[in-house]
Design a protein around this ligand. Sequence first.
Ligand SMILES: Nc1nc2c(c(=O)[nH]1)N[C@H]1C(S)=C(S)[C@@H](COP(=O)(O)OP(=O)(O)OC[C@H]3O[C@@H](n4cnc5c(=O)[nH]c(N)nc54)[C@H](O)[C@@H]3O)O[C@H]1N2
Ligand SMILES: Nc1nc2c(c(=O)[nH]1)N[C@H]1C(S)=C(S)[C@@H](COP(=O)(O)OP(=O)(O)OC[C@H]3O[C@@H](n4cnc5c(=O)[nH]c(N)nc54)[C@H](O)[C@@H]3O)O[C@H]1N2
Ligand code: SF4
Ligand SMILES: [Mo]
Length: 718
Amino acid sequence: MPDGYSRRNFLKLSAALLAGGAAIASPGKARAIGYVPPQGGPVTESKGYCPFCQVRCTYTARVQDGKILSVTGDAGNYWTGGAMCPKGMSILELMDSPFRITEPMFHEADGSWRRISYEEAVAMTAERLKAVRDKYGDKGGNRVALTMPLWDCLESEIAALMTLRTVGSVQAMPPGETCVSTASNMLGLMLGVNSGSTQVDELLKAETVVLWGANVNDLYPPYTRWLKAAREHGARILYIDPRRTRTSLWCDRQFRPQPGTDGVLALGAIRWVLEQGAYDEERARFQIEDFENLAPQTEKFTLERVAEVTKLSQEEILSFYQALAESRRTIVWLGGSLSRQTNGITTARTIILLQALRDNLIGEGKGMLTFQSGKPGGGEELVDHFFGENKTPKMNFRRLRMTMEKKNLDVLFLNSSYRRNPDALGVRKAIEKVPFVVHMGFFLDEESEVSTLFIPAAFGPESQGCGYGNENQVAWREKLVQAPGSCVPAWQFYRDVGRRLDPERYPDFKDPEALCRMLQQLVPSWKGLSVERMRASSTVTWPLFEEGAGERTGTVFSEGKLLTPTGKMTVADRVFGGIDRWDYPKGHPAARDGKKEFPLILTQGKQLWHWQQTLTNFARSMAQFSNGRFVQVNPRTAEELGLVQNDKVMLETVKGGLECWVDITENVLPGAVFTPANCCRTTPLAENRSDSICDILPNYWDRISAQHNCTGCRLRKL
Ligand SMILES: Nc1nc2c(c(=O)[nH]1)N[C@H]1C(S)=C(S)[C@@H](COP(=O)(O)OP(=O)(O)OC[C@H]3O[C@@H](n4cnc5c(=O)[nH]c(N)nc54)[C@H](O)[C@@H]3O)O[C@H]1N2
Ligand SMILES: Nc1nc2c(c(=O)[nH]1)N[C@H]1C(S)=C(S)[C@@H](COP(=O)(O)OP(=O)(O)OC[C@H]3O[C@@H](n4cnc5c(=O)[nH]c(N)nc54)[C@H](O)[C@@H]3O)O[C@H]1N2
Ligand code: SF4
Ligand SMILES: [Mo]
């Protein structure tokens, strides 16, 4: 334990738990990281996949005496080439962590935890759901909700959706709203496909690759090989990110616009391409319904204006536009950060229109990529098969938050961090108004603080199931080892609750394999995706409508046209209006509502060595890389503010402050600061510990997603 604070907490917790029985392993029993002394049993090998990021690396695990000895990246995986990253490997440490909670617990009114049995936990949950059903009947659906994801496997997600349906609820919140949903919704609207329109190996056929706010090397490390291969095939890689990252090392040129101004860069590009006549009008009209709207909607975005807003020089801007105009095949990779700004809808739409204008959507080496693509459909079809169609409108998290605030939610399955949402403290207050909150997790984290019931979850390798990755690939995993104590995989908990409540409709399946076979039998797009086929391969691509069918890869526009109902996209959208509406993100220092007391632009993002907000923060192996809560400040800004390296500051926004240490670096632009999205307050590892950045981010939304980037901030020296 690194310091007194966490030691005290840990001992307090241990005492409370031991009073009810040993719920967590004692620290002394924790095994040394990365080394398990062999006990002499036979060694077996089995395939699995990493449950963390969407690269979905597959591996071979060597297992002996019920312990995983090692995991080795699977060289047969076409997408990863056998790579894995350290945060994926850290799951071995997490599984054996001394901090892991392995028994269900009930949170008493006085804040103490009482250990309960798994059966009691299931009964208690089913009882609560039944009470909602008895009281509200058909109208009770909106009183029960679940926040996803269920990273461990697709079957867990299906099992949970079915549990909701036992009380008529369809209110499962995907992480998407705080992820790339603005981009994915705009791709859906304009291209007819809710994710990337092509696959990463198509980069090899492109002349130009634009990583638009996409920090590929830090965040999908195994994909570094695709950038390398694309370059070897002659592609030029252009990277647009105000901040220098590891991805900067892999690109031919980086452009560093002011954060939040990407839309203007793209609007200016359309204007310039039109002005230069660098497009094929027939092809452009084939894809853009109201092509005639493009010129008037972009005309005010002259080179001068683009330079003024982005603070790039006119030469830089021109060289970017020229590179786009000369390239015959361009793939644009949309990063998540563009979806985390309130002008994200306009920015994403403009970039997609730019691709259409240059005829860069349909064909080889062309298209759009995003992060978090690849979720196979079919799950909801299976749920409907058992429970009938349910047309209740789905809430977004904003509505759910209001529902909780009004005390209209009775049961919340909190299977995510609440800290992923902006104004996280406000979200927490809303959750505190829900009388019964079930949290499935591994550690006593912030979520457990607001929970009524803690259900100890199984890690991926402790259960079977299939997982999906960015390239629409589905991978299968066997159960490698037995989970400790009473830990259960999510599918099991949700099944046990669901079967208890609604044995008539809730299907009886004994394991994910059985549920997956139902999926294959009952859902057309899964017909060719048998468990056997997944077992035999590292990466089978969904959908497969026939047994033995070949996998479709590459562009989704194999028919030579967009997949929207009309085969076209529009400039002036009925719902979202025109692209000429561009404005600064809400709260941005240069925006109309910007405040002069908060003159710096706050940007934040993820780091190579952490997965999201929770798990890896509990791994010592990751703590060794972590720098905790730092804020990167440009030397010029630091000088203006009288700050020196390692100074302690309060990073303040309209919502509140967060204590950071100052890292002075040219990697950020003057006037902008950067702080990591990861870290958590409850980790016992000091290196990873901090309040959440979302605590101080205002609750700003575009129409689709909750936003985080580009709000105004200031640094106050402590
Ligand atoms: N290590 C690690 N990898 C991950 C994840 C993780 O938690 N950890 N999460 C995965 C998930 S779920 C997702 S969605 C992806 C997200 O992948 P990304 O979208 O690439 O991730 P972010 O870190 O949010 O943002 C990327 C970059 O946007 C830059 N940026 C900030 N503001 C602006 C701006 O105004 N304009 C431009 N052009 N760039 C800006 C930031 O400097 C940052 O480098 O990563 C995935 N990979
Ligand atoms: N400020 C800021 N906020 C962000 C982002 C950002 O860049 N900056 N990124 C956004 C993005 S892109 C995303 S995708 C979201 C992610 O946000 P979340 O999806 O909420 O991510 P986590 O914090 O990892 O929380 C996941 C929860 O699932 C549990 N869990 C993990 N694995 C398993 C499992 O195998 N079984 C079960 N039963 N439970 C499991 C963990 O214990 C944890 O409680 O955050 C978003 N929020
Ligand atoms: S790159 Fe992603 S899937 Fe691969 S090991 Fe790392 S976290 Fe896991
Ligand atoms: Mo995400």
